[in-house]
Design a protein around this ligand. Structure first.
Ligand code: G6P
Length: 383
């Protein structure tokens, strides 16, 4: 398939703009109708997974690399906080040489957009072998792949797949495939939450209603913030280090923001859980190190704002990704990148967009090869 840039300067920017459409496609593929409070047996979720795969789970382990690993971290938050299943997330390259002890009621999930990453495939292959010692066949096959390419090597390896519906991604730095992987985790987490009756149908329906509002909200972020972020990027022509802070479900988004910037602009960046800043990274801060903090109202909002104030006391320039019209955030940050008000649980799909745009515009302004950054490959098929 020939993919064109359709007027965009780079594939990455085009793919950032495709994200609302990708989320719409995921919503259509995974959800149909609503949670009927009257009929507990009727779920609107259609992931096409065998019910045995998700029955009596005691543990979920996720293996992945790079941006897919970040999607796994968002997944962990959802699987634990919604469905109540203890979940661990592993770098595939680490896991394959030091796997956690195996237990029967564990679901192993490999997340890989290409379905070809060598470390992820090797980790899953190892899991498959380890499970062959179980006597019941349904325990042997508790392996699930989340991928944008079901026809890949991953598809051949694991018996269960969630297709992430992102379409072909050309930019080496993953954008729309990340958002699509996170959508797959919303689907999986809601499915498990429902099966385990960890939340009421009304609560589940509220989350689903929120998910369905995301595409339009993503469009608002793109339409209202892209120009502004392009301007903002001018300020960082000489910047050598960036810190990204987030907590809770937005901690992985801070990691992802830092990774995007490293990958395409070659600026050193660290993503940190905001509460850990005082245990080291705060020593790096001065007027030359901008701090981007994700502060969305919810369980950790006040905490992130006070962590941001600690950075301010070290003269760091503070950039806040926060909801529109929040006075407290406006008072805390030097620069605001507002996003629509949204439930904290759904916010990563919105908060990641300004960070992608910031990385993109800083790199583009530096005249770098955004779609083909040095030393990186779209899929890493060697160890
Ligand atoms: C490469 C790419 C990254 C990607 C990682 C994992 O390093 O440059 O963008 O996140 O591989 O790729 P996967 O296809 O397994 O998601």
């Amino acid at each position: 398939v020939m993919v064109e840039k359709q007027g965009f300067k780079h594939f990455m920017l085009k793919e950032i703009y495709e994200q609302p459409g990708v989320v719409r496609a995921c919503l259509e593929a995974y959800f149909d109708g609503e949670w009927a409070a009257t009929d507990a047996n009727k779920s609107p979720i259609h992931l096409g997974l065998a019910p045995e795969l998700l029955a009596d789970l005691q543990h979920i382990q996720i293996v992945a690399c790079g941006t897919s690993w970040h999607a796994g971290l968002v997944g962990k938050y959802l699987l634990e906080q919604l469905a109540g299943v203890p979940t661990t997330v592993h770098y595939a390259s680490e896991f394959r040489y030091a796997p956690a002890p195996i237990t029967p009621n564990t679901l192993t999930i490999g997340v890989t957009q290409s379905g070809e990453t060598a470390d992820t495939l090797a980790a899953l292959e190892m899991e498959k072998k380890r499970r062959s010692s179980f006597t019941q066949p349904e325990l042997q096959s508790r392996l699930l792949g989340i991928t944008n390419r079901p026809e890949s090597s991953l598809g051949d390896l694991v018996p269960n797949i969630i297709d992430t519906h992102a379409g072909i991604e050309i930019g080496v730095a993953a954008t729309k495939t990340f958002v699509a992987q996170v959508m797959a985790f919303y689907g999986l987490a809601l499915d498990l939450t429902d099966r385990r009756q960890a939340k009421s149908p009304e609560q589940l329906e509220e989350i689903l209603v929120g998910l369905r509002q995301l595409p339009a909200q993503m469009e608002v972020v793109l339409e209202s913030q892209e120009r502004y972020i392009e301007e903002l990027a001018h300020d960082f022509a000489e910047t050598q280090d960036f810190i990204f802070l987030g907590r809770g479900i937005n901690f992985p988004i801070a990691l992802e923001g830092a990774l995007k910037l490293k990958e395409i602009s070659y600026i050193h960046a660290e993503g940190y859980p905001a509460g850990e800043m005082k245990h080291g990274p705060i020593a790096l801060l001065d007027a030359k190190v901008p701090v981007v903090a994700i502060a969305m109202p919810g369980a950790v909002y006040e905490k992130v704002l006070s962590n941001a104030q600690e950075a301010r006391a070290r003269d760091a320039r503070l950039i806040g990704v926060t909801p529109m019209d929040e006075q407290e955030a406006a008072d805390t940050f030097d620069t605001l990148i507002p996003v629509p008000h949204v439930d904290e649980l759904l916010s990563p799909i919105l908060t990641v967009i300004p960070l992608q745009l910031l990385a993109y515009h800083i790199a583009a302004r530096r005249g770098l090869d955004v779609d083909q950054p040095r030393n990186l490959a779209k899929s890493v098929t060697v160890e």
